[in-house]
Each structure stands twice: as structure tokens, then as C-alpha cells.
Ligand binder design. Structure first.
Ligand SMILES: [Zn+2]
Length: 145
């Protein structure tokens, strides 16, 4: 996720977390890099329009391509993996969810944010929507070798 964030800097990158849920714990087995559809503004506007396409670009917004997402989900299911959440990067911004991130989050899924400062990946945080969907709560991340 950090490498992807650096590779796509100064644009936001995005991808999906695949693995298995065990009660409250999500075990991520792999991450799959997806294309940020905001790089194709006209197609992105068809799926999920932004208010100000001139200011809301791939630099500060990400959008998973619904067709690519469907394909990845199918392939994951065939291998008995679940979609556990999504990740995206914040180029030159802290690894904290924006209002936009909260508004577009779905219940249960985990959202990893990687901050990339001047092209170098820094903090990595993880968030989940609260029961009342009013805010995203931080979730601990543990790397298991
Ligand atoms: Zn964000």
C-alpha cells in the first residue's frame, strides 16, 4: 500500500484488501491495486459525480472503477477470499479521513489511509465507520509475519 502510494504520487492511489474476517478481526491476506478512476474525469463523473470537477481530481479524490471492483470481487470469491476493505493515499495530507471519505464509507469495511509526503509514504492508519455512521473510528493495524 505504501509502495503504491509512492508510485502514484502526487495522485491518490486506491486498492482493495482481501482476506478473511474472524469475528471482530479482519485478516488481510493480500492487497490488490486498483486504478483511480478519477484519472478519467468524464467516466468518473458518470459513476459518482463530484460538485467541482476542476478542484476534485485524482490529486484529492479517488474512485474505484465499479467494473474493476466487480472483477476483483469475483476472483476473490473464487479463491474463498472476502473484500475486507479498501485503501487509498493522501498525497501531502495527513493519514486522517476527510469528510468526503466518511460520507463515502460503507459500514463494516475497513479503510486504510497512507499519507505520502513529497513522494515518501509515511503514516498508515485504518478506520471503520461507527454504528451511527457519524464518524470513522481508528482501528489498530498489526503486521503478522
Ligand atoms: Zn481520503
Amino acid at each position: 500500500m505504501r509502495q503504491h502510494g509512492e508510485r502514484d504520487y502526487p495522485s491518490e492511489c486506491c486498492g482493495v484488501l482481501l482476506g478473511k474476517a474472524q469475528g471482530e478481526v479482519k485478516l488481510v491476506a493480500e492487497v490488490v491495486a486498483l486504478k483511480n478512476l478519477r484519472r478519467e474525469p468524464s467516466r468518473a463523473q458518470e459513476f459518482l459525480p463530484v460538485d467541482d470537477p476542476a478542484r476534485e481530481t485524482e490529486r484529492n479524490r479517488f474512485l474505484v472503477d465499479p467494473l474493476e471492483q466487480l472483477r476483483v470481487e469475483k476472483e476473490a470469491r473464487a479463491r474463498s477470499l472476502e473484500v475486507l476493505g479498501y485503501y487509498h493515499s493522501h498525497p501531502d495530507h495527513p493519514a486522517r479521513p476527510s469528510a468526503y471519505d466518511r460520507e463515502h464509507a460503507w459500514p463494516w469495511y475497513s479503510y486504510v489511509i497512507v499519507s505520502v509526503e513529497q513522494g515518501i509514504a509515511k503514516d498508515l492508519t485504518c478506520w471503520v465507520l461507527a454504528e451511527d455512521e457519524a464518524m470513522l473510528h481508528p482501528q489498530p493495524v498489526e503486521v503478522i509475519e
